[in-house]
Design a protein around this ligand. Structure first.
Ligand SMILES: Cc1cc2nc3c(=O)[nH]c(=O)nc-3n(C[C@H](O)[C@H](O)[C@H](O)COP(=O)(O)OP(=O)(O)OC[C@H]3O[C@@H](n4cnc5c(N)ncnc54)[C@H](O)[C@@H]3O)c2cc1C
Length: 331
């Protein structure tokens, strides 16, 4: 029988974010489990999930553990795993846990698997070759650190309350100090993993149009207008985000973080709308988990027309999005 432990960090406001709640739901589906919390103050988080059914709440608490930092994060996770004598350790595959999962496994003489998409009592599933092949895997080594990708499991819903936590003490030595966070303003934050719609902009937005001129400012206005009205998440083709390196006119709010595809990301939005993008395989492989797909391209022979999209509108994206934005604005 496995001894299951779910580990989670608290957010800056002391709560648990959705990926942590998903990891707890995944752990709970396997049977009896404990939760390990790491943060400046973990009581608020423990109370948030007081009714989740955990046998125990273990906590490493202190200002040293507020900041994401390899030395303190691995030391805290190792201490909780040992205190729980865990054989299966589930963590949300956030960037913070992705950085330490393997190190925690090494410290425990266990093994780690990352980008896991499903967990059963003795196996995991994950994708290989940029989401082209799904594998079901087992391991004999324990402890087994499993980093579960966000968006694969519904987050746990449970009553809040007052949870009794057991403190695990850790002495972590660290030479790294996080002095601040640089992040775009919330209004400029275009990557929204929880959005129902993925809106992809391709290089066509910056190319010469029927009048032999480019219309980049209008493209930016149409794209941002749609994002603001629909709250969709913004994706891009590689060609579009590469353009800045080639000295061409670019959309200022677009970066490589927006890139979808083989060398980009594979987000999990229920619906996707591609605009001014050709729909080539290295791009559309990033749409692996997007269920309903529509595309707008001038080219009736583009990749979307070859089985990559449910609906292809052979049309001018400028005209279509101008009309869509007007409809969204109630005009
Ligand atoms: C190893 C490797 C990895 C790669 N990884 C990725 C990746 O991760 N992600 C990725 O995206 N690509 C990736 N690529 C590149 C990929 O093959 C394509 O080159 C790229 O996706 C093309 O981008 P695009 O469709 O935006 O641009 P283009 O191919 O230039 O297509 C622009 C499209 O816009 C249309 N268009 C122009 N104006 C309008 C208009 N007014 N209205 C409607 N449509 C219009 C055109 O008809 C055209 O179809 C990779 C390639 C390789 C070799």
């Amino acid at each position: 029988m496995e001894t299951i432990l779910i580990l989670a960090h608290t957010e800056t406001d002391g709560s648990l974010a959705k990926p942590a709640l998903e990891a707890i739901a995944a752990g709970k589906s396997l049977g009896s489990f404990s939760v390990g919390l790491i943060g400046a103050d973990t009581q608020k988080a423990a109370n948030q999930i007081a009714g989740c059914g955990a046998a125990k709440f273990l906590a490493v608490t202190g200002t040293d553990f507020a900041q994401p930092r390899y030395a303190t994060d691995t030391a805290a996770a190792e201490a909780i795993a040992k205190a729980a004598a865990a054989t299966m350790i589930i963590v949300p595959h956030t960037s913070r846990w992705g950085r330490v999962a393997a190190g925690v496994a090494a410290r425990l003489s266990g093994r780690a698997d990352t980008h896991v998409t499903g967990v059963t009592a003795n196996s995991i599933t994950r994708w290989y070759y940029r989401q082209r092949m799904e594998a079901q895997m087992t391991r004999t080594q324990r402890p087994w650190v499993i980093a579960l990708d966000p968006g694969c499991v519904a987050p746990i819903e449970c009553a809040a309350g007052t949870a009794a936590t057991t403190t695990v003490s850790v002495t972590a030595v660290s030479r790294t100090q996080v002095t601040g966070v640089k992040a775009p303003e919330a209004s400029q934050q275009t990557i929204r993993p929880d959005a129902k719609l993925l809106f992809v902009a391709g290089a066509g937005w910056t190319k010469k149009q029927a009048d032999s001129k480019t219309h980049v400012p209008e493209a930016a206005e149409l794209i941002l207008g749609f994002l603001n009205a629909s709250k969709a998440s913004l994706g891009s083709s590689k060609s579009l985000v590469d353009l800045s390196g080639e000295g061409q006119a670019v959309l200022p709010f677009m970066s490589h973080l927006n890139q979808i595809g083989q060398t980009g990301s594979t987000p999990r939005h229920p619906k996707g709308l591609s605009t001014c993008c050709h729909g080539e395989e290295p791009h559309t492989v990033g749409w692996r988990f997007v269920n309903e797909r529509r595309a707008i391209s001038l080219d009736p022979n583009c990749g979307w027309a070859r089985g990559k999209a449910d609906v292809l509108y052979v049309a001018d994206s400028f005209a279509v999005m101008r009309k869509v934005n007007a409809l969204l604005a109630g005009k």
